[in-house]
Design a binder for this molecule. Structure first.
Ligand SMILES: Cc1ncc(COP(=O)(O)O)c(C=O)c1O
Length: 441
């Protein structure tokens, strides 16, 4: 039944204004891409297109920045890169070489981490199979299994070999998120049960997603602190680490097409106005140094009074974001406003740019001006969009387009759908080489 509350909600939504994406944020990204235009053009000359262009210096810079932000506020901190955000073997290998641990969530990811030389692994994720747990236990020298349930602990009992374990705590009552972890009040029971196994209980994990600012994360630390405070002293002593999970957004904020902003969706439905393709919106985000500081304050206030322990984190998006750029060639043009590229959204695995905004940059015709244009992929489906605008001084068949900073939740979701998955090239700061990675996950 339609009520006054519905009216109020609609009124509120119509008055909402998601901020415009600041022009300088887009320009920074465009200029950074322009500065590598020659490298991109030479790469296509040598290797063709479409391509995943792996930017190793950008990857290392992000990883260092993350480590430094958290090392500055915690005495004993270990980051584990969340492989689900980007499972390219070159990325995993580089991060492992640079001292990061790897967070895996399946036997397949575990095997990739081993193949890529990971020295420290945390194995998270629900419903691990006996085969997956056996693989992890057979590499107990470098692994901590983050149990997701009592069932997993029972499976470890049947395996009957020593391994370090932690347990994930459920953080939300949201129906779909309840699938993760054990309830906070079950922690004591879990530790008691672990005492009767070969597994060595040594820590607690939680994870929250999509954190543009630290508030939610800080609240979870506070809740966990209350739980830990109530544990018997002997259990408190067993906690050697708290793993605060991932979910750190990039400081540029969340970029979206105007249509995606909540109030615009409603406007569009009511007025049926198409949105302006040059109108982009954003949700601001906290920079990682301030984020780390807020978390450290929370940990010092709510956890360290009860236990002394190491801190782990599982960043994915923050580190992977700038590590891959998509290289595409304009293959066809239809009418003045439709360009079709050789690469398609099977490179990403989801219809990302029907909601999100990222600049499409023509490096064959460099300009800082953005123009409307439907830039579409070549899949035989209309749900194959790179963007509704491009930066450049024109657009013609044969031009090289770059969609920068597409390292997170794209490559790892790629699909063999209609088109095959493109090749990858690796830029090490000096030269570009092709890598063959089809044989590993
Ligand atoms: C358990 C766990 N850890 C870490 C991450 C990484 O999150 P993000 O890429 O947002 O940092 C995820 C993402 O879903 C996750 O499920």
């Amino acid at each position: 039944m339609y009520t006054y509350e519905h009216d109020e909600a609609v009124r509120k939504l119509l008055n909402k204004r998601t901020p415009a994406l600041p022009a300088e944020l887009v320009l920074n990204c465009v200029r950074k891409t322009h500065s590598k235009a020659d490298i991109f053009l030479q790469t296509r000359e040598k290797f063709g297109s479409p391509l995943y262009f792996l930017d190793i210096p950008a990857l290392i810079e992000r990883a260092e920045r993350f480590k430094n932000a958290f090392n500055a506020v915690f005495n004993d901190f270990t980051p584990y890169f969340a492989m689900k955000s980007c499972n390219h073997p070159e990325i995993i290998r580089t991060l492992a070489e640079n001292g990061l641990g790897i967070d895996v969530s399946s036997g397949a990811e575990f095997q990739t981490a081993l193949n890529c030389g990971a020295k420290k692994i945390v194995f998270s994720g629900p419903a691990k199979t006996i085969a997956e747990l056996e693989l992890a236990v057979s590499h107990a020298d470098r692994t901590i299994i983050l149990c997701d349930s009592f069932t997993e602990l029972k499976k470890l009992m049947t395996i009957g070999k020593p391994v370090s374990i932690g347990v994930r705590i459920t953080t939300e009552n949201n129906p779909l998120w309840r699938k993760f972890g054990i309830q906070p009040h079950e922690l004591e029971e879990f530790i008691n049960m672990a005492e009767n196994t070969c597994a060595r209980f040594c820590g607690v994990q939680f994870h929250s997603s999509w954190n543009l600012k630290p508030d939610n994360h800080v609240e979870l630390v506070q809740k966990l602190g209350k739980n830990i405070r109530n544990l018997p002293e002997k259990h408190k002593k067993q906690i050697d680490f708290i793993d605060i999970g991932g979910g750190y957004w990039v400081e540029e904020g969340e970029w979206m097409l105007a249509d995606t902003a909540e109030e615009m969706k409603l406007n569009k439905q009511l007025l049926n106005h198409p949105c302006d393709p040059l109108d982009h919106r954003y949700l601001p985000s906290t920079d990682i140094e301030a984020y780390a500081l807020a978390l450290a304050d929370a940990v010092k206030k709510h956890i360290f009074p009860h236990i002394t322990c190491r801190i782990f984190a599982e960043p994915g998006r923050f580190i992977a974001h700038g590590a891959i750029h998509m290289l595409l060639t304009v293959e066809d043009m239809k009418q003045p406003d439709i360009a079709i590229t050789d690469g398609a959204t099977n490179m990403l695995g989801w219809e990302r740019y029907e909601m999100d905004y990222f600049p499409v940059i023509n490096v064959s015709k460099v300009s800082e001006t953005e123009h409307p244009m439907m830039v579409l992929g070549s899949l035989c489906t209309p749900h194959d969009v790179w963007g509704f605008a491009y930066h450049g001084s024109g657009m013609s068949i044969g031009d090289l387009l770059v969609v920068p900073d597409q390292g997170a939740y794209t490559y790892s979701l790629r699909q063999n759908f209609i088109k095959t998955i493109p090749e990858s090239v690796v830029f090490d700061g000096k030269k570009v080489n092709m890598v063959n990675c089809t044989s590993i996950l």
